[in-house]
Design a binder for this molecule. Sequence first.
Ligand SMILES: [Zn+2]
Length: 205
Amino acid sequence: MSSIRADVAAMLRAGATHAQIKEQLDVTEHTVRRAREALRMTRARRTRSELTAIEDQAVAMLHAGATYKQIYDEFRLSRNRISELRKTNVIPVPDSNHVSATRRLTVDQAFTRHTQPTPAGEHLLWTGPRRGRSAKLTASGRVHNARTVAFQRHHGREPDGRLMRTCDHPQCIAGAHHTDQRLRQAQDRVDYAASAIVEGASRVT
Ligand SMILES: [Zn+2]
């Protein structure tokens, strides 16, 4: 087995999706399928909790108007299973115009469509699909975390570590109202310097 096939096989065994493997290893769908066929006898089945997590994401994509094919490409769920999920969650069959419109939405357009400022314009609320506490933004068939997108739009860079809300509105996703690890560390240094000045200590020079 070539080394790239071995890498693909290792990711498949670790439970990665085809989309993740193609992106990370820069290989074609054909290569992933061949590797999966070669592994058929020893392929580990998804655990119940892995499947639940995948199905939750598939439901978020259905809510956002993704096609069955987009969901299949991402998670390899059968068409029947996707159809069952749609019915169980009472999600209407999207008309083809809506589907192609959703597929064409950029991240920015999907973000604008699913966010709503509070009346005073202070906070920004997510009105799109959610899974648990996280806001799922689907654009071009991919699922993003809306909070991460909001942070990137505001700060012009990806967040570093966990995002924490600094305002008191539980549904707020505003980038200005979230800090990442880097911002918190910078704030800690400012607080430390300020307290040192207040104490009149000469150690701050
Ligand atoms: Zn806020």
